[in-house]
Design a protein around this ligand. Structure first.
Ligand SMILES: N[C@@H](CCC(=O)N[C@@H](CS)C(=O)NCC(=O)O)C(=O)O
Length: 218
């Protein structure tokens, strides 16, 4: 049985590569591993069959050789741990790269998602105008800190690692915001990630599922 990912049947991101199976696809492409996809509808994601794979009824999930995993970061870490190419060999560098993987999903992503969700779901509320600047400040703080630490380096820990894969994936959620252009180093960092052939193959594979489908509002 090949590796199988569960992905959106019809992603609300309109094929922009923001659904989190993108990170897993990208890691698989970097490692040269083939995979199949199982497409699930929003309704099916909440049914028992999918909940057995994912306790929160979300995508992505990963299945291989009797192992079922959820959480995109954990799946990418699993792949990086078991194949050569996405984590440094040196123990300390490897530990630092893994710290950056956690930073991507647990320190940088939450304020970005909170900002994005507020813009999507709270626009018509009485508090939106007051809350938005606070949410943007939180994102800006993280972007500035990340850009400072990245400095003139191409990647977070030596060569490209799974940490960059997750971090670029998280930052891409801001691609249409005015906050990213305030950090040219991060813009260039994202562009380096997106220029990788493995990213492009993963993006094209995800997008192909949605081509020709009616676009839905995000
Ligand atoms: N932390 C999780 C987040 C998973 C997640 O939010 N998945 C979204 C798609 S990117 C989803 O399934 N949304 C539909 C829902 O929550 O009902 C991960 O990185 O895998």
């Amino acid at each position: 049985m090949p590796i199988t990912l569960t992905v959106f049947e019809a992603s609300p991101d309109r094929g922009r590569g923001l659904a989190r199976d993108m990170q897993v696809r990208w890691a698989l492409e970097e490692l040269g591993l083939a995979y199949d996809v199982r497409r699930v509808s929003f309704a099916a994601m909440k049914q028992a069959e999918h909940l057995a794979r994912h306790p929160f009824g979300q995508i992505p999930t990963y299945e291989d050789d009797g192992l079922t995993l959820f959480e995109s970061g954990a799946i990418v870490l699993h792949l990086a741990e078991h194949h050569v190419g996405l984590l440094p060999v040196d123990r300390n560098a490897r530990a630092r790269a893994i710290a950056w993987m956690f930073a991507a999903v647990s320190t940088v992503e939450p304020p970005i998602v909170e900002w994005a969700m507020a813009r999507m779901l709270e626009r018509d509320t009485s508090w939106f105008a007051a809350r938005l600047p606070m949410l943007e400040d939180r994102v800006r703080t993280r972007l500035a800190q990340l850009a400072d630490r990245l400095g003139e380096a191409a990647w977070l820990e030596g060569d490209f690692t799974a940490a960059d894969l997750l971090m670029v994936g998280v930052l891409r959620r801001l691609e249409r915001s005015t906050m990213l252009p305030e950090q040219p180093r991060l813009l260039a960092y994202i562009a380096r990630g997106e220029a990788r052939p493995a990213f492009q193959r993963a993006f094209a594979a995800q997008r192909a599922l949605f081509e020709g489908q009616r676009q839905q509002p995000c």
